[in-house]
Write a protein that binds this ligand. Sequence first.
Ligand code: ATP
Length: 233
Amino acid sequence: MDFQSVLQVNNCTVKINDTSILKDVTFEMIPGRITALVGHNGAGKSTLMKAIIGSIEKSEGTILINGMNQDETFADYKYQFSYIPEEPLLLNELTVFQHFQLYQKSYDIPDAIFAERVNKYTELFELMDRLDEYPESLSKGMRQKAQTICALLPDVPLLLIDEPFMGLDVYAGADLEKLLCERREQGTSILLTTHQLDKVHDLANDFVMLTDGCISSLGKIEHFEKLDRRDSK
Ligand SMILES: Nc1ncnc2c1ncn2[C@@H]1O[C@H](COP(=O)(O)OP(=O)(O)OP(=O)(O)O)[C@@H](O)[C@H]1O
């Protein structure tokens, strides 16, 4: 086992209704880098994200974060990552601030760090005046911002982000980009999906390309630049 990898996905197959959506997927991420998961619509990117967070069952393979096996130590495994889904998954009965508190409790975030990050991120994403509101009164972009802040509150080794810039205005997108770079400098590894190839080039160190549920290529971002761009749409 290679403990230098923050994420190891080994020979993963995921089936939905007997159809293989992911087929024998194997790749790893080394710490402190941003990896872009790219591929056309329906290639299996979100399914792979869901397999990593454990919300979809694999039929074969293993997934390890920091050497912790998803199938053996799930309680510890889940503290190794936070996840921003493509569509915000907020709870109707909790206010924005209560969502933040839920993350504080789940990840044992010390009060001082929690207060500092809530202030910093809500100011940055202009949610300061929305803390006591429920998700239904927020716009989609605001819900996405609240969800993004939740995932950025803990210090986790691995951040998983499905379409991070979807629904964010250009200012919020640029702020998020800066925050992700800041986190990478602090040693966090980030796996993100995006169709925005300019972002892939600006942000990522590595790429993994999925084609029809299989990895069709992977490597350093410099090599992605040499690929035919039509392959990644
Ligand atoms: N719950 C489901 N039931 C049946 N098929 C599904 C289900 N979820 C995903 N699929 C199928 O799995 C394949 C991969 O879907 P997935 O959402 O992972 O792709 P994606 O690469 O994230 O696409 P996009 O870029 O459009 O977000 C698609 O063919 C999709 O129809």
